[in-house]
Every structure is written in structure tokens, then in C-alpha cells.
Ligand binder design. Sequence first.
Ligand SMILES: NC(=O)c1ccc[n+]([C@@H]2O[C@H](COP(=O)([O-])OP(=O)(O)OC[C@H]3O[C@@H](n4cnc5c(N)ncnc54)[C@H](O)[C@@H]3O)[C@@H](O)[C@H]2O)c1
Length: 348
Amino acid sequence: VTTSSTPLRCGIIGCGQVAHQYAATLATASLVQLTACADLDADRAEAFAAQYRIPLATRAENILNRDVIDLAVVLTQPDSHVTLARQAVVAGIPVYVEKPLGLDPTETAQLLDEADRARVLVGAAPDTFLAPPAQTARAALDAGDIGTVVAAEAALLSPGPEAWHTAPEVFYQPGLGPLGDMAPYYLATLAYLLGPITHVHAAATTSRNPRTILTGARAGATFRTHAPTHTSALLTTATGVPVTVAASFDIAATSRPHLEIYGTDGTLVLPDPNFHDGPVRLRRRGQREWTELTQNEPTQPPGRGMGVLDLASAVLGHTTQQATGHLAHNVVEVIHAIGHGDPASDAK
Ligand SMILES: NC(=O)c1ccc[n+]([C@@H]2O[C@H](COP(=O)([O-])OP(=O)(O)OC[C@H]3O[C@@H](n4cnc5c(N)ncnc54)[C@H](O)[C@@H]3O)[C@@H](O)[C@H]2O)c1
């Protein structure tokens, strides 16, 4: 049994793009202190440590040790999330993992079983639902502002990352695509607000294969997708709420909102769940206009990394964890069920 004291010594594994956003959030936090970082690319870990004044840059196996850190943050590519998280759990270290928690629900279930047995907390991204918009929606639902929830709709309809990313192939790897890469934001917010998702029906397709890179030095080059590029799904929550979710890298233009929740007495519209800000609008039955809801000041600065502080606060016994591994596992289950058995998911 540990006695953890503030600040928790925190180690980042994977010092790539998203790690910089985490460092910015965690640098100002009082609950954690960045004490170590690791990357397969030693130069990258060294540079990251220098930039954020992190005392130790080394390999992952050297920091997954209770003598070195109290909390691990895994920010590597998705295919290594479960392996690294298990190493942390085996070492008795609470671990927070970027999304998706894993690519296979059997593996994420095993990870959580192991963690629960060892009484080690696992947290996972996305953490955008900890930010003011989703928290405001949560308060509105709890206050009965829209009555009883009847249904919800979520739409991630994009023209694809090749429009803005110079190396978009990473988004089209097996298990990713709009479903694996982006739907976690929508599904986690829905699961947080409406409870676990238990039933899934889906259809998927792959189009524009090969695709063309549209920006950067390689503009004009083509690549193939290894994941479906458009998915439509009909989900049901444990409480029987039907939810439709569309996730696409095939849509040239859309006017659909990102997320709407319909109740017996009104409708809530949420902003893009990929981000930590944006307006939440409410229109009650009979009203002619939408009202933008006032959002409470967040207790932590909103940004990627809020979930780490949610985990740290739970480790210290201050608050109940919200961005849990179990919620993230439900998201992995849903993504797997949507992709499972569809011929398009085998796109080569
Ligand atoms: N880039 C973003 O803006 C963004 C936003 C939200 C979420 N994410 C998520 O963050 C994760 C990382 O994405 P990224 O864009 O930062 O990727 P990235 O490729 O820029 O960085 C990943 C880093 O992890 C390192 N790495 C891989 N395996 C490792 C291991 N076993 N031990 C130590 N280091 C290892 C790599 O060398 C690389 O430096 C993904 O799960 C992604 O879905 C990224």
C-alpha cells in the first residue's frame, strides 16, 4: 500500500506531438510534477526533457518503477497502449493512456481486470468531457432541463485529414480511420452523459482509395487506406436510449451539429467533443429561440491532460475518477463491434 503525497511524480512515455499539449497542461498543475519522460527515440526524449525541464529522460522500462514515478502517462501510438499500460499496472503504477485505450476489447478487458485485481487505477483519454461544455450539459441533464433523454445523434463528418496533415497515412492504419481515430471523442462523451453503450448495429464503406495528400512537400502523392472511411452506426445505451453516430473522412461539406441530445422536454446541442471548449445550447419544448448555457469555470485549466489530473486526484483520494479505463474500454468495445464483420474493415 502506498502513501502518495502531492505532487505525484509523473512520467510521460511517448514524447511526440500530443505530449507537448499534455506538458503545457501539466506544467501548471499542483497535483503532479513531470519527473521523467521516455521515447524509443532517445533524442526526442532528451529534447522534450530539456524543453519542459524534466529531470530524467530515458527508456520506458527505466521509469516504470515505483522508485521513480507515482503515475505514468502513455502517449505513444495506439498499438502500444495496452502493452505499456500493463507494464505500469504490473509495476503497481496508476496509468493514464491516450485514446484509444487499445485496439482490441479482449486486451483492454484483460488490462482492466489485472488493474482492478491489483487495485491500480487506469485512466484514459479522451478527457474533453471533463471540460466546461460537457460538464454544463451534464448539469443540464441532471437538472432535468430536457426531461427524460429520448435519443441522441453524433456526427463526425470531415473531408479527411489529407486536407491539412502532411503525413495523413497514420490516420488510415488498421483499426483507425474516422472510427478508431476520431469516434472515441464522440463515444466517450455519449457514454459519459448517457451511460454505457450496450448494443451496436453498423454499416461501413471505403471510398476514394487510393487517396491524395493535399498539402505539404508530398502534396499530390497517393496512399491507400487500411480502415473504412465512412461508418454509420445505430447504438443503444444500457438504459435503452437509441443513438446514431456517423464517422467519416468522406464528407466534402456538412451542416449537421456534432452532438445533439433529445429529451422529452427539450434539446441540448454540444460543441465538437474533440475540443475542450465551445457553446452548449438548450431549447425547451415550446421555446422559439436557443439559449446558450452559462458554463462554470473549470477547476483545472481545460486542455489535453485534464484526465491525468482527474486520475491524480483519484489516486490522492480527493475525488472520484471520471475519465476511467472502464469508460474507455466501453468505447473500444463499441468501435470493435462497429468495425467487426464488415467487409470494408478488411480494406487493403
Ligand atoms: N497528435 C495529436 O494532436 C493528438 C491529439 C489527440 C490524441 N492523440 C493521440 O495521442 C497518441 C500519440 O499521438 P501523437 O500524434 O503524439 O504520435 P507521435 O507519433 O507524434 O508520438 C508518439 C511517440 O511515441 C513514441 N513511442 C512509440 N512507442 C513507444 C514505446 N514503446 N516506448 C516509448 N516511446 C514510444 C514514438 O517514438 C513517438 O515519439 C495517439 O494515441 C493519438 O491518437 C494525438
